[in-house]
Design a protein around this ligand. Structure first.
Ligand SMILES: C[S@@+](CC[C@H](N)C(=O)[O-])C[C@H]1O[C@@H](n2cnc3c(N)ncnc32)[C@H](O)[C@@H]1O
Length: 218
């Protein structure tokens, strides 16, 4: 996983815009609005990649403390270049933060890559303070089976074309549908959050349930 993200890192922002037809930025802005952050909130941007959520949080709440955290050194280097201060190398399975220490955690397209979803949700719950918010944006398996099939075909085709064009490696971006195949639907993820003792779980689906923002309170 680290090696894969190290290779795609320099093209990551471009490919995210292409795959989302430019909608990724507006989804992320919406996710930041939904978090209802206080002026001086302490915010974790987990699986930060190049640091999109950190930048958007900083733009909305310049006095907030934002911590960008990722497993991949190359992503952290790009996040630092993009303005993230002292990004942290860390694994979602065992976060290097104290219990009840964060006001909000954002996870953009990271959940599917975490080895143990339930354990990672437990970790996110542990580091949030009571009343703190978890906000995630990710791909999900659409509930409608016909649309699910088409969506996966679309992601495999797009991945193969762009993988070949950018890296001469058609399989490089198929990690997106590969990881999605064994993932959950939007309502299943809402239930997983509720089972982990998150409250006020809300989901905002896009692309007929292929993408969604979830917001939940500890
Ligand atoms: C698809 S990128 C998402 C980047 C960014 N959050 C965004 O919204 O565009 C997924 C990121 O998750 C990171 N990642 C994968 N597994 C991880 C783990 N177990 N702990 C922390 N980060 C992880 C990868 O290094 C990669 O940067």
């Amino acid at each position: 996983m680290r090696r894969l993200f190290g290779v795609v890192a320099p093209r990551y922002d471009f490919i995210t815009r292409v795959f989302s037809y430019g909608m990724d930025r507006s989804w992320k802005r919406r996710a930041v609005e939904m978090a209802g952050l206080a002026e001086r909130a302490t915010v974790l941007d987990l699986a930060c990649g190049t640091g999109d959520f950190s930048k958007l949080v900083h733009a909305r709440r310049p006095q907030a403390i934002t911590i960008a955290c990722d497993l991949t050194e190359e992503m952290l280097r790009l996040a630092r270049q993009g303005g993230a201060r002292d990004p942290v190398c860390g694994d979602a399975a065992c976060l290097p933060f104290q219990d009840n220490s964060l006001d909000a955690v954002f996870v953009g397209y990271g959940l599917r890559n975490f080895p143990e979803l339930a354990a990672s949700i437990g970790e996110l719950h542990r580091v949030l303070r009571p009343g703190g918010r978890l906000i995630t944006l990710d791909f999900f398996l659409p509930e409608n089976h016909f649309w699910r099939r088409l969506f996966l075909i679309y992601l495999y085709e797009q991945g193969a074309i762009w993988g070949w064009l950018l890296h001469r490696e058609p399989r490089i971006y198929t990690y997106i549908p590969d990881s999605l195949q064994s993932f959950v639907t939007v309502p299943e993820f809402s239930r997983a959050l509720a089972s982990a003792k998150f409250h006020h779980v809300t989901a905002l689906p896009f692309v007929l349930g292929g993408i969604a923002i979830h917001c939940a309170t500890k």
